[in-house]
Design a protein around this ligand. Structure first.
Ligand code: MD6
Ligand code: FE
Length: 201
């Protein structure tokens, strides 16, 4: 079985119409005003190349002193803004169990940005899926298995695509190798935004 057929990895190409995408971008402008993008630093002291912020009860943050974690506050000390309804609607459409996500992590990829292979494992309950929304430029998503060093497989994600990682895929290693910078017109200056919704507690 190939990696991308792993039970629990689901990709919905063009799940969001151009109109849906524009509405989400609009809602994100308000979120970014309340919670500006920042550059997290890994526990080993390296600044990440993506810039991030969050909405919801918790945001995902990292710095050298305290490492990777969920925090109820933006690094500025302000609480995170609420997750916009236009984004929660996507969760409700794909996740049957009745609970809202606690966090919508917002990742911004500029030209040359990548994200190394990682697992999402700072959450308490892996029976909840992580739902990801791609907006803007195409990105090459790579997925492996539950351990580092196994085989991997890649797929291009485009604006409006939704990925659900649950079940056996929930703890699979994954990352973004590169962008096709400027491939989308959604953001006038190019780039990609990836939203991931998570249940944290
Ligand atoms: C990205 N995505 O698409 C990075 N994590 O930019 C993720 O790291 C991710 O797509 C958990 C579940 C789905 C994802
Ligand atoms: Fe991830």
């Amino acid at each position: 079985m190939t990696r991308l057929d792993v039970r629990g990895f689901r990709i919905f190409k063009d799940d969001l119409s151009p109109k849906d995408q524009a509405a989400i971008v609009d809602a994100l402008r308000h979120v970014l005003r309340a919670a500006p993008l920042f550059r997290p630093v890994t526990p080993s002291g390296k600044p990440m190349s993506v810039r991030m912020t969050s909405a919801g009860k918790y945001g995902w943050v990292s710095d050298k002193k305290n490492g990777y974690r969920y925090d109820p506050q933006h690094p500025s000390g302000a609480p995170w803004p609420e997750i916009p309804n236009s984004i929660l609607d996507i969760w409700h459409r794909h996740v049957e169990r009745e609970r809202l996500p606690d966090c919508c992590l917002i990742n911004y990829y500029g030209e040359g940005t990548r994200m190394g292979l990682h697992q999402d494992k700072d959450e308490a309950d892996f029976s909840w899926p992580v739902l990801s929304v791609s907006l803007g430029d195409d990105a090459l998503f790579r997925m492996g298995g539950p351990a580092r060093g196994g085989g991997t497989e890649s797929v291009w994600l485009s604006s409006g695509d939704v990925v659900v990682m649950g079940g056996d895929a929930r703890l699979a290693y994954h990352g973004i190798d590169r962008l096709r910078f400027g491939s989308s017109r959604l953001f006038p200056k190019g780039g990609r935004v990836n939203l991931t919704m998570r249940v944290v507690d």
